[in-house]
Ligand binder design. Sequence first.
Ligand SMILES: O=C(O)C1=C[C@@H](OP(=O)(O)O)[C@@H](O)[C@H](O)C1
Ligand SMILES: C=C(OP(=O)(O)O)C(=O)O
Length: 430
Amino acid sequence: MKKVTLKPVNVPLTGNLSVPGDKSISHRAIIFGSLARGKTKISNFLNGEDCLMTIKAFQSMGVKIDHKDDNVVIDSEGVTGFKEPLEPIYFGNSGTTARLMLGLLAGLPFHTTVYGDPSLTKRPMDRIRDPLIEMGAKIDGRNNGSLLPIAVRGQSLTGITFKPPVKSAQVKSGVLLAGLLAEGETTVIETTKTRDHTETMLSAFGGEITVNGNTVTVKGNQSLTGTEIEIPGDISSAAFFIVGALLVPGSQITIKNVGLNPTRTGLLDVLNQMGANLKIVETRRIGGEPIGDITVQYRELNAIEIDGDVIPRMIDEFPILALLATQIEGKTIIRDAEELRHKETDRISSVVNILNTLGAKVKGTDDGMIIEGKSPLIGGEVNSDGDHRLGMMIAIASLICQEDVTLVDPDVINISYPNFFDDLKKLQMI
Ligand SMILES: O=C(O)C1=C[C@@H](OP(=O)(O)O)[C@@H](O)[C@H](O)C1
Ligand SMILES: C=C(OP(=O)(O)O)C(=O)O
């Protein structure tokens, strides 16, 4: 397995940076661009491996998708032009591709088999299987269709009203996508609002959707029209540098053109509560998504307790937040974050293991972590465990370690941030 040695450099992070396009929004742009009739042009598309899986899934159903750098052009006849794929569809490492595509495949008039890499093969699919079966879907697979590989025999579906038992935008989106192909109306009622990019983008493609608080309703058999989509920078990628600047004294950076959708900005709220010096300026809205610049300056922070409704608004930021918590004053307590156990790795166990190997004092709980602050990090050899967010957390940790950090499997970062190390270097040039 490839390894990279990261030396302690002790250089503050400075300057301006634009991070690549948002992963969640990039997936959805491909999905809606394929469902819509006509041409869709996407700019600032994320070239991460996960989003390429979504492109390939539609190409294997005959949709014409041209992809060059961060521009994508889709020319689609809409759902009626989709063809039965001749081979099983590979979703790689991407949970978002899996849950959203299962929703769509359930309502398409043909058979598909889908599978993933060893990590995705362990992740729960019953959360999307169950509502789809209630809609009339025919789904089977390992462990009764709760684990990949899964076979879907597309059917006519009927709309349902569904209250997801887990706080998951992937489940909400998968059910809404199935709803677009179903008879009647489909309603999803969430207990806590999760990221709402599916809802926003459906409107951008001319679809009808009603959003009333945490209740979302779509009608079946809508016709969508191709459009132009510019993808905002990914706040979940920006999070690594924002935290980096809060770890290294003397840092001041601005991340430009970042998506500031309030369902995604939980980390910024938590950092503000910890006492961070953040300047957030919304500059414009594109396709219904707010975009702006975030400036952060190093300052000493204080620990807080994190739980409740903010959790889904920062779910992918917990690995990097946990690293920050090892360096601030006091004990950080994270609760209500059991969902972390169902990501690319069990992110409670893996974050605890990695940070403790580096010298921190972190304890895992059933639904979160307890992190002692002001713990000097030493260094050592740590494995990303095939989890891109852990790979980036380890790279940022190396900025404040006293000795070398050896990162095993750095290439996993390509899942969501192919130019991560180049961008980090840009911020280290004085
Ligand atoms: O809908 C999405 O694009 C995502 C939703 C979240 O997953 P869950 O829906 O499982 O919480 C998040 O962790 C993932 O990175 C992307
Ligand atoms: C959980 C993540 O992605 P996914 O569920 O799409 O694999 C992530 O990007 O942190």
